[in-house]
Each structure stands twice: as structure tokens, then as C-alpha cells.
Design a binder for this molecule. Structure first.
Ligand code: COA
Length: 490
């Protein structure tokens, strides 16, 4: 058979064409992951009392019990390096096994110098000078979605066989810090997740040819240069997240059907073919809402919808202008109120709850005790799902996980992967409590002093042990302004 590409590139020999047209694509995905969470936290009850909020709002309305807080000597770079070193040590990896280190973050430390260069510098304190000089990588930014783009790019680097047998590490690391007294303050957190991306992974193989994205210039959440905390339009960002992920999901669905990855029978929804959902988690409750939004969208035109509506007890409200902008929909207060009522009732139905309990709940466990990790939050969710499903005795082999990643500003990416046969080797060793380690509860006074940066680097609350910490920023001369020095405390 003559392939059509032969007409375009007639100088390529047939054998190479056959390979080009019908390549055996390497199976690529996540082999393992490691998490680093700072050892300080604030408790939701203390927080609620200090801010005059009903603690039930935090526990049930937001879904937070503990928020991880970075110490004075911790930043996004040293948390990234700490997650990386954990990943390398537990997998007995050496620098020559790694061809790329990407860091995705929205807690950038320098306008020019990439965060992965700091991370390489720290790792070389352990593995020796220049031990990573053969490797490449960049810092990636697009609010909370950039880690997913980094994973996608690195998976394709391996699929293109440019990796010379090496693996990539993608680290997602962030400190979610909002203004004191703002509504974002109870959606804070800090931590990093390092993901090992390689051929024939033990954990999860990405489904090829289906990742789908959407992008738009938006101002739902942004942090201008020099500002430590973001400017946020909370309700706008919530709705934009839902709409963006839904649009990317529509594109994913089209590709999944076209490529034959998923075959739909009459009356079926593509959500029936996804065994677990891991979505961006600025806070636990947002995951629940994202699932509700997606299921409503996917089920609305299916025969099952009439049974859903019967259980909801009201018909689905329509905005005055269904083709309106997000602003016009938010301004349609009558619709927004009715839609909230519908959403809450929908989330009480047996239809929603069956999917939620089976396909999402386990991914939200870690979020409730760690908080918002921006870029890392969805991967913390994946980590949480794998561990808690395994502990429940669920057989995860060949199960499909669908990912809904969102970054303000704004872009969404939807992709999927299937759990691989060797997953137990990795997942059976997962234990969230021991991975986080012993933690110290902060008083609200201590937390606020930390928030206002009133303590110096050398005045940390916790004595670091076996981890990288920040020891100095800047030097005595103008040329050394902004220079950051990190040490490994053994
Ligand atoms: N008991 C139980 N639940 C309660 C409660 C109580 N006593 N009081 C309020 N709640 C519920 C509300 O009903 C609401 O639930 P719902 O979402 O099911 O409607 C929930 O708590 C949140 O309260 P609400 O007043 O609607 O929001 P808020 O002003 O606290 O702000 C955010 C919430 C998320 C908008 C805000 O924290 C924020 O701006 N965060 C940063 C941006 C962000 O994370 N965006 C997400 C997309 S990236």
C-alpha cells in the first residue's frame, strides 16, 4: 500500500514511510510521583474563629480542614527540589537517567532565571557538580494548568524518541497565598509534586492523540509583577473554570470518538467510559462542582436526563441570554439563583452521587488536609485517588482516568490515561500521612507573622532535616541582588 505521505516526501525510502505512516508509538506516561508538603499548617477551626466565619462553611462549603503553610526558609524552588530528590531516591535514579527537568509554577522567583535552574543547582549539591549538565528543561507558566502542558510536551519528547532512553521529571510546585481577610485566604496551601515521565510506565499511560485544550485572554485571576498575592474575581474564576474545562472536554470527546479510543453506544455518555476523574482543585468543593457541571452537560440530551430531572424535582433553568458572556450570565441574578438551586439539588441525586463516590471522592481526600497547590493540586488529587482506591481494594488495572486541568488567564487541558499492570508496585507503598510527615499547627498569630514576612530566613519555625532550604537572598553588592542560595540540611 502506498501511503499518501509518499507524494509529499518522495525522497524518503519506502521502509521509512511505512514507519512514518504506521509508527509503533511508544507507550508513555507517569511511572511514579513524589510529593513534598511543608510541615506547618493552620487548622480550619482556628481560622474560622479568627475571621468570624462559621467553621462549617470551611469544612463543607469549601472542603478544607488543614492548609499547608511554607516556613520562612521555604519557597517554590526548594519545595520542587525536595519533591525531586524524593522521587529520585525512591526510584534509585541517577542524573544520567534523566534527560529533562521541567518545573511548572505560578510562584516564580525570577523574571528571567528559570526555576528549574535553581532546582538543578540544589540536586547537584547531592549528585555532584555538572551531574545534570546533559539535561534540558524550562520553567513553564500558565497559572495552574502549566504542569499539564509540561507533561504533554515531555511525553511527546519521549514519543518522538529524542530522549535517548532517558526519562523526564516534571515538577509542579506552588505557594497559594492570598490577602489576609480575603475570600481566597481559606483556599491557601503550599507544596510540590514531582512526576517521573517515561516509556512503559508502571503507573499510568497517557492516551495518545486525544489531549485537548482551550485558551482565551481573561482576567479571572492574575498576579502583576512585584505583587505577592493575586487579584481574583472569585465567582468569575469559578464559572470560567467550569466552562473552559467543559469546552476542552468537548474537544477531547470528539478526538476520543474519532480515534476509536472510546466507542459510544446509544444512550451512553462519554463519562460512562471514564472510570475516574482528577480535576484542578483550588479547593475540595470545586472538584465536586466541576463533576456536577460536566455531568449536567454530558447527560442533558440523554434518555437518563428525564429520570435525573424527576429526582431533582425542578427543570433545569435557562439564562435569559444562553449565548451571553460570562459577565452577562453572572449578572442574570434570577438565573444564577435558580441554577445554584438546581446544582445543589442535582448534587443530592443518586445519579450524581453514584458517579461522585465511585469516580471522584478519593481524589479529594488530600486536598482537604493540604489545601490549594495551584499547579500541583490536580496531581495531588491523582496521588490521593490512587492511594485511597488501592486501600479500598479497587482493581485499578486498565482503568481510565480523565483529567480536567485549568489555569486562570485562561486555558484548560483535558486528557486521559490508563492505569498500567504494574501500578501496585508503586501504589502499594503510598501513604499520605507518612509522605507528609509530622506537622506542626500554627497559631493564627504565628501564621499572620509568616504571611506578612516578618520573620527572616534564619528564623524558621521548624528545624529542617534532610531537605533543601533557602538560606540567603541577595548579597552585599548590587550585582548580587536577588541571588538565591539554598543548602541541603542533612
Ligand atoms: N455551612 C456550610 N456551607 C456554607 C456555610 C455554612 N455555614 N456558609 C456558606 N457555605 C457554602 C456556600 O453555600 C457555598 O457553597 P456552594 O458553593 O455549594 O454554593 C460555599 O460555602 C462557598 O461560599 P460562597 O459565599 O459562595 O463563596 P466565598 O465568598 O466564600 O468564595 C471562592 C469562595 C472560591 C470564590 C473564594 O474562596 C475565592 O475567590 N478563591 C480563590 C479563587 C479560586 O479558587 N477560584 C477557583 C477557580 S480557579
Amino acid at each position: 500500500m502506498i501511503c499518501k505521505d509518499q507524494i509529499i516526501f518522495p525522497e524518503i525510502p519506502l521502509n521509512d514511510y511505512q514507519h512514518y505512516c504506521n509508527p509503533v508509538m511508544p507507550v508513555v506516561g507517569i511511572d511514579d510521583l513524589a510529593m513534598y508538603i511543608p510541615k506547618l499548617y493552620i487548622d480550619y477551626k482556628d481560622f474560622a474563629e479568627a475571621r468570624g466565619i462559621n467553621p462549617q462553611k470551611l469544612e463543607y462549603g469549601i472542603g478544607i480542614k488543614k492548609m499547608a503553610i511554607a516556613d520562612t526558609n521555604q519557597d517554590s524552588a526548594c519545595m520542587a527540589a525536595n519533591a525531586c530528590i524524593k522521587l529520585m531516591q525512591k526510584n534509585h535514579l541517577h542524573p544520567e537517567d534523566i534527560g529533562r527537568i521541567y518545573v511548572a509554577t505560578e510562584s516564580s522567583l525570577d523574571e528571567s532565571k528559570a526555576m528549574n535552574s535553581f532546582v538543578i543547582g540544589m540536586l547537584e549539591q547531592i549528585y555532584g557538580d555538572c551531574s545534570f549538565e546533559h539535561a534540558g528543561g524550562i520553567e513553564c507558566k500558565f497559572a495552574c494548568v502549566s504542569g499539564s502542558y509540561a507533561l504533554y510536551d515531555n511525553a511527546n519528547w519521549i514519543r518522538a524518541e529524542e530522549n535517548n532512553g532517558q526519562a523526564a521529571i516534571v515538577v509542579v510546585s506552588d505557594i497559594a497565598k492570598y490577602d489576609i481577610g480575603s475570600t481566597g485566604e481559606y483556599t491557601q496551601g503550599a507544596g510540590a509534586v514531582a512526576l517521573l515521565v517515561k516509556e512503559n510506565p508502571r503507573l499510568l499511560a497517557f492516551d495518545p492523540k486525544v489531549p485537548s485544550t482551550t485558551i482565551k485572554n481573561e482576567y479571572d485571576f492574575y498576579r502583576p509583577f512585584g505583587k505577592e498575592t493575586p487579584l481574583v474575581n472569585g465567582s468569575y474564576s469559578n464559572l470560567l473554570y467550569l466552562i473552559s474545562v467543559r469546552k476542552a472536554f468537548d474537544a477531547y470527546k470528539e478526538k476520543a470518538i474519532k480515534t476509536g479510543l472510546i466507542q459510544l453506544k446509544d444512550g451512553e455518555s462519554i463519562t460512562d467510559h471514564i472510570d475516574f476523574f482528577a480535576v484542578h482543585l483550588p479547593y475540595r468543593k470545586m472538584g465536586e462542582k466541576a463533576l456536577a457541571y460536566l455531568l449536567r452537560h454530558e447527560w442533558r440530551y440523554l434518555p437518563r436526563w428525564k429520570h435525573v430531572i424527576k429526582e431533582v424535582g425542578m427543570s433545569e433553568p435557562q439564562p435569559k441570554d444562553p449565548r451571553g458572556t460570562i459577565e452577562s450570565i453572572l449578572a442574570d441574578t434570577e438565573f444564577m439563583k435558580a441554577d445554584e438551586q438546581f446544582r445543589r439539588a442535582f448534587m443530592q441525586t443518586s445519579f450524581y452521587n453514584e458517579v461522585y463516590e465511585k469516580k471522584m471522592a478519593s481524589s479529594l481526600e488530600a486536598s482537604a488536609i493540604i489545601g490549594n497547590l495551584y499547579t500541583a493540586s490536580m496531581y495531588m488529587g491523582l496521588r490521593s485517588m490512587l492511594e485511597f482506591e488501592f486501600k479500598k481494594g479497587t482493581d485499578l488495572e486498565q482503568k481510565r482516568i480523565g483529567f480536567g486541568s485549568y489555569g486562570s488567564g485562561s486555558s484548560a487541558m483535558v486528557f486521559s490515561g490508563t492505569v498500567q499492570s504494574q501500578y501496585k508496585e508503586v501504589v502499594s507503598k503510598m501513604d499520605l500521612d507518612s509522605e507528609i510527615g509530622p506537622r506542626q499547627k500554627l497559631t493564627m498569630e504565628e501564621y499572620e507573622r509568616l504571611h506578612r514576612n516578618e520573620r527572616g530566613f534564619n528564623d524558621s519555625i521548624i528545624q529542617a532535616h534532610k531537605e533543601f532550604v533557602l538560606v540567603r537572598v541577595g548579597g552585599n553588592t548590587a550585582e548580587k541582588a536577588g541571588l538565591r542560595v539554598y543548602n541541603y540540611v542533612s
